[in-house]
Unconditional design. Sequence first.
Length: 562
Amino acid sequence: MSPHRTRRPLPDWLTRHARRLRQGGAAADSPDRREFLAMASAFGASSAAAYAMLGLPTPAAAQRAEPAASGPGTGTVRIQMLVRDIGDPRTLDWFQAANFTRGWLEYLVSYENDGTFRPRLLEGWQISEDASEYTLIVRRGVTWNDGSQFTAADVVRNIRRWCDRTAPGNSMAGRFDVLIDPATGQALEGAINQTGSHEVVLSLPRPDISLIAGMADYPAAIVPEGFDPETMLENPIGTGPYLPETLEPGRRAVLVRNDAHDWWGAGDGAWMERIEFIDTGTDPLAALAAAEAGLIDMTHTVEGTYLDPFEALEDWRTHDIRTAATVVIRPNQLAEVDGRRPYADIRVRRALQLAMSNAVLLELGHADRGEVAENHHVSPLHPAYAPMPAPEYDPMQARQLMIKAGMYDFEHELISIDDSWRRNTADAAEALLLDAGIKVRRRILPGPLFWEGWATLPFSVTDWGHRPLAVQTYALAYRSGEPWNEFGWSNPEFDALLSDALATLDIDARRAIMAKLEALVREDAVTVQPYWRTLTNHTREGLEGGAHHIAFEIRPAELRWT
């Protein structure tokens, strides 16, 4: 077996890191092991090779992630999930929409639960040792479902679309910032080059370790030439094995297998003839009732007090996974309330942090299912995580800071979506603020209204999914001027350090930079980020491919009845 997908040797620093881990015996699912698997696979090692470098057998889950010969199957699967409207994938800000479009719009790379990256529409890739040049090997034998060939030109076109900062809501520009000319807001001239019918070379002006991870994120779906989001349902051109039959946001969505399409993965997936997504709303009790009535075969995700009743169902299986999914209780520093910007004052933001106990927020908000976090949005599961002391909880000091800021009489309005765990977290935060003598009232919005303006709300609770690298989250949510920067925060020192972190390959060296970045987020009291979530879903016995994905993905092609 080749040690990696390409013939180029893996970087020396990565090989040295593997040697240190072998000697130290990193525990299963430890941060050290996960960060090595993420970086090794990002630099081209297969899952089996990355495990072998640690002297470990490939786990069964990782083995199943590799294509395995099998014949096509039949049947229908019904999945409980919030059904969202869809649009241009690069502008999506909810993963449920991508779970539907994933039926026909595929990805260059996928991210697996063990932290590794797997080639999909790419056959493999090579990254220079300093991460300043990426060579993308495009999978041969792939066709669009209109019969045309999928080639390197399609990859170039999509990456150029991602680099368009002028496209409203295009969060992919944040992931591919290194390839964008700041003067034009478009891809740098000469940076994205087709060097063969199935080869693309990205020449970066500075190193960036995050591009493969960015290609695996849910807004990175590959769209055809001439793509029009307004007609994507009537003209669903894609490389995937399914077609959309029905989309009714808030109710249901249906995919049907496209047996007329010569899908490149035939024999390795697309076993279901029909996949139905059923929206039971944000109340988990409705999902439980649907399961008890035999109306669904799988849940997308289930929280809190409803886990025990689900686990008591006969002929259902429970799937748990530790993640870096989280929630932020954040003030928006740019938001105006009654003609002033209350959260531009760092004393106010620090008071909000000091008034809240992250342990209490985890207990009451997420039924203690997870780990207490440190208010800087970097998880122990992230490569190069730098541990920090627990945040200080001091309600008396919080009250004094609010008085010094002249905000003691100000009534904060804390906004959340109308669901279970996010609403519960916000309710717990309200109680903690009131206990500290800080005036606050709650406002609960229905999902569509909340998500319509989530990034500009003055003081609200927002959930964030797991991403492979902490630098990804920082680039998307905390870097100045990004569409998903809901904090209204801008710190030039942070931006400069983030550029350094993105360009630093050695994990230990990057950890030193991450420590500074985490400290800046904490010192500026950007947010209360209280806990990391353990996620759970359930599937009927006999359904494979439906265990909870670390980043909330549902992959239609991997579902099958056995």
